[in-house]
Design a binder for this molecule. Structure first.
Ligand SMILES: NC(=O)N[C@H]1NC(=O)NC1=O
Length: 171
């Protein structure tokens, strides 16, 4: 396991190193690390998480939808092809999504496609806080939300994913 760094080290690294380290705490969203780097120094790891969360809160609705669309489908094509980011692959593995029955895979795929047609972005949930069953339940239940509720809920899940990814890097 990689050793974690502490916040004083985070405060000394340059922008390029910061981006290398935190460029994927929000999936594929390197703009977040570029913007958050400008907020240094950070008081502690909570403060660093808050800055990434504030970045998300500060996006326009369109910007939030762009961020949501950077996320891979759960148990989707990228996963089958082994093309997930290493963070996403670890998260999907921990939820049991890389070891589904054919029925579970078909269910997730079918409802995720329906969800994407309704909302225009993939269903997003913090996989590390869930298992296959709760993910399927969430997918079915959240489909009935309004688009605004779903943007808010999905961004909240991105915040949880982001925080756990930061806590993997910083002690
Ligand atoms: N679609 C989706 O929720 N993807 C994400 N969830 C998670 O925990 N990691 C991801 O990449």
């Amino acid at each position: 396991m990689n050793s974690k760094i502490d916040i004083s080290e985070v405060n000394t690294i340059d922008g390029e190193q910061f981006e290398w380290m935190f460029g994927n705490v929000i999936e594929l969203c390197t703009d977040a690390s570029a913007q958050v780097y400008k907020d240094k120094p950070f008081n502690d790891v909570e403060d660093l998480c808050d800055k990434f969360h504030s970045y998300l809160d500060g996006l326009s609705e369109k910007g939030k939808v762009v961020v949501l669309n950077l996320h891979p489908d759960l148990a989707g094509r990228l996963s089958s092809a082994g093309h997930l980011t290493k963070e996403s692959a670890g998260e999907q593995l921990s939820a049991g999504l890389l070891d589904l029955t054919t029925e579970q895979r078909d269910t997730i795929h079918y409802h995720n496609e329906k969800y994407k047609i309704k909302f225009g972005f993939p269903f997003i949930i913090c996989a590390r806080e869930n298992k296959v069953q709760s993910i399927i339940e969430g997918l079915l239940k959240r489909y009935h939300n309004t688009r605004q509720q779903e943007i808010d809920t999905a961004i909240n899940e991105v915040k949880k994913i982001c925080k756990l990814r930061i806590l993997d890097i910083v002690q």
